[in-house]
Design a protein. Structure first.
Length: 85
């Protein structure tokens, strides 16, 4: 379903607002990564990002939210050599 939206300026970039009903229709969510490209026919095409492939860094971190790890919960073990604690 086509919707009319306005291109607006956001800092040094430009953006459009995508209606929630349209996102739902194409099964996309807020904060989801997408790819945008031109088809060289005066059209922009937005596609969902493909699922990361197992064994890639993207796959290993696909569920990482950006929060810092709490290193005090990691048991590093006692000294085994000439470490200075």
């Amino acid at each position: 379903m086509a919707k009319a939206v306005k291109i607006t300026k956001w800092g040094n970039s430009f953006g459009i607002r995508i209606p929630a009903s349209l996102l739902k229709e194409v099964n996309m969510e807020v904060n989801e990564m997408v790819y945008i490209e031109s088809d060289h026919n005066s059209r922009l095409v937005i596609n969902k990002s493909p699922e990361p492939k197992p064994g890639t860094i993207e796959y290993l971190f696909k569920d990482y939210s950006g929060e810092r790890f709490k290193t005090e919960l990691i048991d590093w073990g006692g000294p085994v050599g000439n470490e200075k604690w």
